[in-house]
Design a protein around this ligand. Structure first.
Ligand code: ADP
Length: 475
């Protein structure tokens, strides 16, 4: 099977969040199962491994009424072929997103991907699209390209990584950027709540829609989580699948991770993990103490991640015998109060307002617990990474958090973490207190750590689930 993935980010080249992790691992896992995978992404200014890219060709494309240059570069990594779409006007800028013309930039990219298929002759069996940035490829394919002989027979799969970002914009952009007739807005195919909505269009036009955990697939059918798209998702519910992401066990690996001070695995965790804790305490300016429970938080600072609960209970948490390390960047609304707490409780709370991959690894490796009380969480990778490093997650039971963390049961001695149900600061504090209580019993805690490290959350099972969906389309 040949699968072409269109995405706005992918490891190891460019990352802003979990999407890049998925696109760095799923194609690799499918290649290992004997399939051909090609990933297409924009050629950004700040890309890693930029000197490994080779120029292939260039051509012009039409984006609405504009004629645009499209350069193509190529690289191979882990058996996967990557194509990079080059246009300096759109992508030679710092960062990935957040520009006023993002809609136009990704409209350009969507056309470039479809044109690439015929220009380099890589007609796929499956064209796999991800989030709003590549969502309109489904509409462009079904309304336009599928009429050309070369393009016929391609199956389109759209994956929702986060329904909160939909690509909502002015209806005029449907013709202005995509050259599509306005009747696709008026007949409702691309319309939602008075806007042209790219994700809505992809849900309508794709052959199959997937999302990144079974629980999230159920949640987005409801008014509370559907973000206005619940009706169209209910209409397509027989073509909607929830497939839990995995983590790449080769790179997310405490026995080889170059970022941490002491390597360990399931057999050596009891003796060796603590060296990472002591080093982390030192690095973060906290008192070095092997016995005090150390809680880590690595996150984008946005409303989705449960920061309101954390801020609400921070003073209470600081009364406990505990240390907390926070790594995150984002909304000032959260940064400012956290700065206040960090200044006041500087012997217990270390605040690191930045994006720092190395420190994130050292937090996963060095902490005892990992707090992730998200309001909603399509899948979440951080809790899976902490499990892999024997750091016990404390999560809210939503989306992928519910699907990947098995609640601790002290009577049966089962479970890999702690979880609470309602988005409520008291409930969160209660479960933190319970975790701190269990932590005092070294035997029980050791059992939790070993079960967490043995939770098989790699890509093997998830890649099989994707293949099952792809095969059902091709049959
Ligand atoms: P999301 O994609 O919603 O941000 P995920 O849990 O799916 O959440 O993935 C987040 C990824 O980004 C994880 O790999 C996490 O380690 C990483 N990450 C988030 N914030 C930071 C940060 N400030 N520094 C380093 N890595 C971060």
């Amino acid at each position: 099977m040949r699968i072409v993935f269109a995405t706005s980010e992918a490891n190891p080249y460019i990352k802003s969040g979990g999407l890049a992790d998925v696109l760095g691992s799923l194609p690799k896992a499918l290649v290992q199962k004997g399939h051909e995978c090609i990933v297409v992404l924009p050629k950004y200014q700040d890309m890693k491994l930029a000197d490994t890219l080779e120029y292939v060709m260039s051509y012009d494309i039409w984006v609405g009424w504009r004629k645009c240059y499209c350069g193509v570069f190529k690289a191979e990594y882990d058996g996967v072929t990557y194509y990079f779409i080059d246009n300096e006007q759109y992508f030679r800028r710092p960062g990935l997103y957040g520009y006023d013309d993002d809609n136009e930039r990704f409209a350009y990219f969507d056309f470039a991907v479809l044109e690439l298929l015929s220009h380099v002759d890589i007609k796929p069996d499956i064209l796999h699209l991800h989030d709003w940035q590549t969502a309109m490829i489904a509409t462009l394919y079904k309304e336009r390209y599928a009429y050309y002989e070369y393009y016929q027979g391609i199956k389109v799969v759209f994956t929702i990584h986060n329904i909160a970002y939909q690509g909502k914009c002015d209806p005029a952009l449907l013709s202005d950027h995509f050259g599509l007739d306005n009747y696709l807005y008026y007949n409702g195919n691309c319309r939602n709540d008075g806007c042209f909505n790219m994700m809505k269009a992809a849900i309508f036009y794709s052959d199959v829609i997937t999302t990144v955990s079974p629980t999230y697939a159920q949640e987005i059918l409801t008014d509370s989580f559907g973000e206005g798209l619940q009706s169209i998702l209910q209409m397509r519910r027989h073509d909607l699948y929830g497939i839990l992401n995995g983590v790449d066990y080769d790179t997310i690996n405490p026995s080889t991770d170059p970022q941490i001070v002491e390597h360990f695995d399931e057999t050596t965790v009891d003796e060796k993990k603590v060296a990472n804790k002591l080093a982390l305490q030192k690095e973060c300016g906290l008192p070095v103490d092997p016995d005090i429970p150390l809680i880590g938080i690595v996150t984008r600072l946005t409303w989705q991640k449960g920061l309101d609960l954390i801020i609400n209970r921070m003073d209470e948490l600081m009364k406990r015998d505990v240390q907390v390390v926070i790594l995150g960047a984002g909304d000032l609304k959260y940064e400012e109060p956290l700065k206040g707490f960090a200044a006041y409780h500087n012997q217990k709370l270390s605040l690191n307002l930045k994006y720092d991959f190395g420190l994130s690894c050292r937090i996963y490796a060095g902490c005892d617990m990992f707090l992730m009380p998200s309001l909603f969480e399509p899948c979440g990778l951080s809790q899976m990474m902490s499990l892999r490093y024997g750091t016990i997650p404390i999560v809210r039971e939503t989306g992928g958090l519910k699907d990947s963390v098995e609640p601790y049961n002290e009577f049966e001695n089962t479970g890999t973490g702690f979880s609470f149900k309602n988005y409520n600061a008291h409930e969160m504090m209660e479960i933190i207190d319970y975790a701190l209580e269990v932590y005092k019993d070294k035997d029980k805690w050791r059992g939790l750590v070993h079960r967490a490290m043995n939770a098989k959350l790699d890509w093997d099972k998830s890649a099989d689930a994707y293949l099952k969906v792809f095969n059902s389309l091709l049959d």
